[in-house]
Design a binder for this molecule. Sequence first.
Ligand code: SF4
Ligand code: SF4
Length: 239
Amino acid sequence: MLYRRLAMSSKDIKIKDFGKKTDKLYNLDLKNLPGLPYPYENWQDSPIPELPEIKKKGKNITLDGFLNIAVPEPETEEEKEAMVAKFLEGLRKLLSRENNWTFLKPLLLSLDNCVKCNTCSDACPIFEMSGGAEIYRPLFRSDVFRRIIKKHFSPGGKLTAKFTGADIDLNWDTIARLAQLAYRCNLCRRCAQTCPMGVDNGLIAREIRKLFSQELNIAPAELHGEGTVKQLDTGSSTG
Ligand code: SF4
Ligand code: SF4
């Protein structure tokens, strides 16, 4: 890759770095993970193996080097631009009453009301068990999403992005990483239970998943095929 760089450490990662050209935004290292409680405090995990080349091939793994959802890597710059355009179209639908009347209100309330107190971080099992890695903070994913919306869907958003805190590049890597990051959340909504403002980061993660599934056809095959489609076809996810 043209802009090959080393993965950043947890503390280095800022939201405005999210679209930067790098092989891996965050290097997930076992040494940074917290130990298990009694009686497993001496438990030793074997090192996390690198993904084999065959599994990496054609996939975007630039978030943290792992895949829990297969995000296919477009082959040409034109295809990447087309994916970005689809993402923006999906985002437009997500923010419209006509297309998202069921979830628009709670989504907008969650996007508008965060006061950045970080209470939600202490409640999040993913953030805690990652050893406090910045990119897994509930607020991080939501703020990436907020900044994209601010830059691309508010009047003069692109012109004023540097001054309003919406300075995030929207390119294919930004989108592919956001798709992965939406699945570094188990939708438990513990964050929502502790948030003093009623912000629901779990709902934001779920809406991001919905956008990717409906507009870019990026969704875990097992959940989509064996869950959603079966539910729509037969009225039950178990068939
Ligand atoms: S607890 Fe709520 S208000 Fe505080 S940072 Fe988290 S989402 Fe924002
Ligand atoms: S819903 Fe997601 S972000 Fe919120 S606490 Fe659960 S895992 Fe963390």
